[in-house]
Design a protein around this ligand. Structure first.
Ligand SMILES: *[C@@H]1O[C@H](CO)[C@@H](O)[C@H](O)[C@H]1NC(C)=O
Ligand SMILES: *[C@@H]1O[C@H](CO)[C@@H](O)[C@H](O)[C@H]1NC(C)=O
Ligand SMILES: *[C@@H]1O[C@H](CO)[C@@H](O)[C@H](O)[C@H]1NC(C)=O
Ligand SMILES: *[C@@H]1O[C@H](CO)[C@@H](O)[C@H](O)[C@H]1NC(C)=O
Ligand SMILES: *[C@@H]1O[C@H](CO)[C@@H](O)[C@H](O)[C@H]1NC(C)=O
Length: 604
């Protein structure tokens, strides 16, 4: 301030030629200058080498300062400059490059050195006011451009909105201001850069340049984007130019209805609410394009949220749902914390408004009947747990369940066929398995489980050929139990004969099922694979050593499932069963000795 006054003083002294003392005395009568500070509009940008101008911001409110009327009250306008990096204001001397015209200071053209703060001061003898503004002169290379065909422009784009299918004339911004500066031959060239950055040469039937302006006759989507106009003019033999841009967007046709409408809640929509919870009421509305403002808001009992006594619990959140050619769908959610019973009786209205109309809709509330979701969830949980339990039970006890089922609903095969034996046991003679067959398998099946068992050596009668007899025994049995071992099915053996008989029986439609019993792990033989391939009904039951000795072990259960149904265990009491077990064991013991003899005999 002090420096400014000092400068001013100096200026006045020089200009009027007063003595310093006189100037000092005149200073006393000088009015204090009212300082408006720096203009709030922000810096003005001009491109290096282009024509530009500063407009004294005091006159941007003509109702306060009107250039014409200030002239009649004896005011003068002075310009000062505070170059970047300086702190001393300098008066601006007019030149052909820097000239004044009414409230404007013209730069024709601007140079990088012109950047800085500018002060315009308006004063007459009794009043003074001043304001500062900032000028930025940009280098062409420093301007950010989206595409190469996008010319550097310092001024922010102006906006133009054109309804689809309608027409509009685009004038180059600031063109009117420069016409009186131009001596001659003012030309304007236009380019269009589309919204996706494509550079267009675009004149056609619907869009043409006429004189200095662009006429869009029928607006369409692809006419959107940036329009650049470069104004070139002559002044005192010098060619000057500047470029401006217009951001053109299409909006929905102005002939469409423009009333706002509430899309949601629909009429008679009832919101379910629960006490003690957070309740969210959603309102959505459509606002057709209009240049004027629009609004969406909630009222509770006719009061807007900021007028409510209980503001803490009520809030809203707004957002845009859709924007399409200026038509917008907006959402406002009324959030009620900790819903209370007296909230139920309040009137909640969503209202919308624009220049053309108003709409309001009440959101009806209904208390949710308290079928607590917890119980429902519990019920569901219990069902799930039960199902899981059943699943596990089935997987662990399926054999037991199968046996139980059969004992209730199965049919006794003895009543429906005329076979003599339940099971024919086929095995390799003189093998490790022989012992198992004779001492364990045979005994348990016959004595414990009550099956009639046929083994060739034991049951064959003297006389007749072995082959025929074998075949007839197999044919008279309901199941063929094959104890597989590495030696089983060697060429020409008794076992092979039995197996062939079994397969033959099946082939002829006899009801014979083959059960494979694996006593010791064996490598699968070719013939087993062949049986499988022949789609013979095969079941494989594996002996698992000591684990399988107990009568209620998996081995015996599996075997019983494969063998014909027998209600043996049901008919026997616990004591009886214990008894028969002992008997069986005794027999098992006695047979052990006879069997080893038989083995010796057949060996010889
Ligand atoms: C400024 O005032 C003159 C008369 O004093 C008036 O004719 C003119 O319209 C005014 N300008 C503005 C921009 O208000
Ligand atoms: C200076 O301008 C004011 C209005 O701003 C006016 O009232 C006053 O008469 C003018 N003074 C002179 C000497 O013209
Ligand atoms: C104006 O343009 C015309 C041609 O369009 C040209 O003959 C004339 O010299 C130009 N005038 C100046 C001052 O450049
Ligand atoms: C151009 O106009 C569109 C629509 O009005 C707007 O979304 C976009 O931000 C504008 N671009 C600039 C750079 O102002
Ligand atoms: C609330 O909306 C209903 C229509 O749904 C209307 O009748 C009622 O007058 C509205 N209340 C207020 C306070 O605007």
């Amino acid at each position: 301030m002090a420096t400014f006054i000092a400068t001013l003083l100096l200026l006045l002294t020089v200009a009027v030629g007063m003595t310093p003392s006189a100037s000092q005395s005149s200073l006393l009568t000088e009015p204090m200058c009212y300082d408006w500070g720096e203009s709030s509009k922000g810096a003005l940008s001009v491109l290096e080498g282009e024509a530009g101008w500063l407009s004294c911001p005091l006159f941007s409110h003509p109702s306060v300062y009107n250039y014409t009327s200030t002239q009649s009250t004896g005011h003068n306008l002075f310009w000062y400059r505070l170059p970047e990096g300086h702190d001393l204001e300098q008066p601006i001397s007019s030149s052909s490059r820097l000239s004044r015209d009414r409230e404007r200071l013209w730069l024709q053209p601007a140079t990088i050195e012109d950047s800085g703060q500018y002060i315009c001061m308006l004063r007459n003898k009794s009043s003074c006011s001043k304001i500062a503004m900032r000028l930025k002169v940009l280098r062409r290379d420093d301007v950010v451009r989206d595409t190469d065909c996008w010319p550097p422009v310092a001024a922010p784009p102006s906006q133009a909105v054109i309804p689809l299918q309608e027409g509009k004339i685009l004038e180059c911004p600031d063109l009117q201001d420069v016409t009186k500066m131009a001596d001659d031959n003012l030309t304007v060239t236009w380019y269009h850069v589309t919204a996706n950055g494509k550079c267009h040469s675009f004149w056609n039937r619907n869009r043409q340049q006429k004189g200095s302006s662009v006429h869009i006759y029928i607006m369409s989507e692809q006419f959107q984007g940036y329009y650049f106009c470069t104004v070139t003019y002559q002044r005192r033999g010098q060619e000057l130019h500047f470029t401006r841009s217009i951001n053109v967007t299409a909006v929905s046709s102005s002939s469409l209805p423009k009333l706002p409408s509430i899309l949601y809640p629909v009429r008679n929509k009832v919101f379910s609410v629960k006490q003690g919870t957070e309740v969210r009421l959603v309102c959505r509305a459509h606002f057709p394009y209009l240049e004027s403002p629009w609004d969406i808001w909630w009222t509770v009992d006719g009061k807007t949220l900021d007028k409510l006594a209980d503001q803490r619990r009520f809030s809203k959140s707004n957002r845009q749902i859709n924007y399409d050619y200026g038509d917008r769908t907006e959402e406002s959610v009324l959030v009620i914390q900790d819903f209370r019973s007296d909230d139920l009786n309040k009137e909640y209205n969503c209202s919308v408004r624009n220049e053309r109309g108003f709409d309001t809709r009440r959101a009806l509330l209904e208390e949710e009947v308290s079928v607590p979701s917890v119980e429902l969830g519990c019920g569901l949980g219990v069902t799930l747990v039960l199902m899981l339990l059943l699943f596990v039970v089935y997987h662990v006890f399926w054999l037991e369940m199968l046996l139980l089922y059969r004992s209730w609903f199965g049919t006794d095969e003895r009543l429906t066929d005329d076979k003599e034996y339940d099971v024919y046991i086929s095995y390799a003679r003189n093998s490790e398995e022989e012992q198992f067959v004779l001492t364990t398998l045979h005994t348990v099946l016959e004595n414990e489980l009550g099956y009639s068992v046929c083994i060739f050596d034991k049951d064959s009668l003297p006389g007749g050929t072995i082959t025929d007899e074998t075949l007839s025994f197999v044919a008279r049995s309901r199941r063929l139990l094959v104890v597989i071992s590495p030696g089983y099915a060697t060429q020409g053996s008794q076992a092979l004969l039995e197996l062939m008989a079994g397969i033959d029986g099946m082939a002829h439609g006899g009801h014979l099922r083959v059960i494979l019993v694996q006593y010791k792990p064996v490598r699968w033989q070719g013939w087993v694979r062949e049986l499988r391939r022949a789609r013979v009904a095969l079941a494989l039951v594996c002996w698992q050593g000591d684990k399988s000795r107990e009568l209620n072990s998996r081995f015996w259960k599996r075997l019983r499932v494969e063998l014909p149904m027998r209600r043996v265990s049901n008919s026997m009491g616990e004591e009886e069963r214990q008894n028969s077990k002992e008997v069986a064991l005794m027999r098992l013991y006695s047979q052990n000795s006879t069997n080893s003899q038989t083995g010796l005999i057949s060996n010889t």
